[in-house]
Write a protein of this length. Structure first.
Length: 367
């Protein structure tokens, strides 16, 4: 089959869940003999890759404006894909609903990944939130297959719009430490730091985590990996902390380094409160991290009994950090439960098989 993946920043995955899904699913489908095209945004990569992990990459421009970047790139990608004779297209992000409507009405075989509840993100103003809510409603009315990566999102679409979506989660590998010396570039030692990896946005609660840690009596460090593509007051306020124990190393795209950071963290702080199944959370669990997660249904769906949960309150998060520091033996049970959940429920090979079955079903192909 000839399959197009549209609506992400591209691969290699560096920026978020959509990119991770495109890479992990795309490369597995390519290994199984499918012709996979991934549409990438110029400006996110130092140089274009013609091929990556068996996938063909098409780099197209996008407007460097937050509200128009995704739509402009998706529009160009759909135009390009129209000439490629695709058997099926997977379009990520319900914000792309208006662009999908016309080709869907013309009979194109399209699957739309709904994402999380984008309209709830604090980064959007009133008009932005109204737009994303409208796009979600439009997606629910399109005559195409919708995918949700979380059962909570499936429930939302059913309750809000009476629309069924297909549940296909993300995946994650089970990993072990290979080279702890890589921590040396940050001046870290195994078990000597708390870790959070996410884009610097209010709904990820990094500022709350900084405030919690500032008053935590410990010699351990707090490492916040990530950043913001656009300059924001939120990120600037985070970095204005006077606590020398808190490190901001920026984005990190090196798999080996990320593996070591996850494997040796005293605990992983997952502050994300909007969205479905988070790939970064799954990766932390696959590395056997003790997870301290924001107490929202999406995170409880993934972690179940394998995490400590905190309210949106710095004091509550600080108490969970203290518990981790004081209960090393009990923490091992959390690590074991986390890995078991990933192993049993979030295997990338099975996720890729679910997508493959769906593509064949939608395209009416016989493979």
């Amino acid at each position: 089959m000839k399959i197009g993946l549209i609506g992400t920043r591209g691969v290699p995955a560096r920026y978020g869940g959509f990119e991770t899904c495109a890479e992990e699913v795309g490369k597995r489908l390519a290994r199984r003999g499918h012709d996979v095209l991934v549409y990438c945004r110029k400006g996110y990569y130092d140089r274009p890759f013609g091929f990556f992990e068996g996938m063909r990459l098409v780099h197209l421009p996008a407007l460097a404006v937050r509200s128009l970047e995704t739509l402009s790139h998706t529009g160009l990608s759909l135009l390009h894909a129209a000439k490629e004779g695709m058997d099926a297209l997977l379009v990520f992000n319900s914000a792309n609903s208006p662009l999908v409507a016309l080709p869907a009405a013309a009979g194109r075989k399209i699957i739309l990944h709904t994402d999380g509840l984008e309209w709830m993100r604090d980064k959007w103003s009133g008009p932005g939130r109204r737009y994303y809510r409208l796009m979600e409603r439009m997606a629910a009315r399109l005559p195409i297959v919708l995918i949700s990566d979380s059962r909570e999102i499936v429930r939302h679409y059913r309750q809000a719009y009476g629309r069924e979506t297909r549940y296909i989660s993300y995946g994650a590998p089970i990993v072990e430490s290979r080279d702890p010396s890589l921590l040396g570039r940050f001046g870290l030692e195994p078990g000597g730091y708390f870790l959070q990896i996410a884009r610097f946005e209010p709904e990820n609660n990094q500022l709350l985590a900084v405030r919690a840690f500032e008053k935590l009596e410990t010699e351990k460090r707090f490492v916040l990996v990530g950043g913001a593509r656009y300059r924001t007051k939120y990120a600037e306020e985070m970095k204005s902390t006077g606590d020398s124990r808190i490190l901001f190393p920026g984005f990190c795209y090196e798999p080996d380094v990320l593996r070591e950071l996850l494997c040796h963290a005293r605990a992983y702080i997952h502050g994300n409160e909007v969205g479905g199944t988070n790939p970064g959370l799954l990766q932390a669990m696959g590395a056997g991290a003790i997870v301290i997660a924001r107490d929202v249904p999406f995170n409880r769906e993934v972690c179940a009994e394998a995490a400590l949960y905190f309210r949106k309150d710095a004091d509550d998060l600080r108490e969970k950090m203290r518990w981790v520091l004081a209960h090393e033996e009990e923490g091992r049970a959390f690590r074991e439960r986390a890995r078991r959940i990933v192993r049993e429920r979030y295997d990338w090979e099975e996720v890729a098989s679910e997508y493959e079955r769906l593509f064949i079903e939608v395209a009416g192909a016989h493979v």
